[in-house]
Design a protein around this ligand. Structure first.
Ligand code: PLP
Length: 193
């Protein structure tokens, strides 16, 4: 794992000033490192990783699992729908994974299908949803954890729904990757009590 981590940091250090879409691929490469850390800290792979992503975060986490040969179900909750111009379909996320693999010298790695869901956007990208507001309240009250109404709150809303609907069970070991976004929490301050 140490050698692989070295490859990740080298790839990041040689390409600081490169623009999109390579920037997106490098963001994915950074999240390969995050997946390594998750597995190291847990002492093994979780069954699932959930996160809010329209591309890079999910691509990197899933690429990390593929490179390590780990059977981890990576589920991305997209904060936008195909109606948004920045939306990336699953094929584009897959291409992002392939580009990250190429940068890291793992172009032969087998990349599985992408699960990226648009079911938790609510009224629109950038606006709070009932689910994200509920997730904000639940995480704050039970864990002292702050998520926001636009990104991390929507990812957590998707995770909560998958638990309630039975898509995730008691035997699953799930990691939620919190991607930040906290300033939006203060913009929506009237919406959450
Ligand atoms: C707070 C936050 N979370 C998640 C994301 C999703 O990032 P990506 O689509 O690159 O995975 C963004 C993107 O702007 C973000 O600002």
């Amino acid at each position: 794992m140490a050698l692989f981590r070295c490859a990740v940091s080298t790839a990041l250090s040689v390409a600081v000033s490169i623009a999109i879409p390579l920037a997106l691929a490098l963001a994915a490469v950074a999240y390969v490192g995050a997946l390594l850390e998750i597995v190291e800290q847990l002492g093994g792979p979780p069954s699932h990783v959930y996160t809010t992503s329209q591309g890079s975060t999910q691509a990197g986490l899933q690429l990390g699992a593929a490179v390590l040969g780990l059977d981890i179900d990576v589920v991305g909750i997209n904060p936008m729908t195909p109606a948004n111009e920045a939306y990336m379909p699953a094929t584009a996320i897959h291409a992002l994974m392939a580009e990250g693999a190429r940068i890291l010298g793992y172009e032969d790695v087998i990349l599985g299908p992408v699960t990226n869901l648009v079911d938790y956007v609510g009224p629109a990208y950038g606006l709070a949803s009932d689910g994200s507001r509920e997730a904000i309240r639940l995480a704050a009250r039970t864990e002292g954890l702050l998520v926001d109404p636009v990104y991390s709150g929507k990812g957590l809303a998707g995770l909560i729904d998958h638990i309630r609907s039975g898509r995730l069970g008691a035997g699953d070991e799930v990691v939620f990757v919190h991607t930040g976004g906290l300033p939006a929490l203060f913009a929506d301050v009237g919406g959450v009590r």
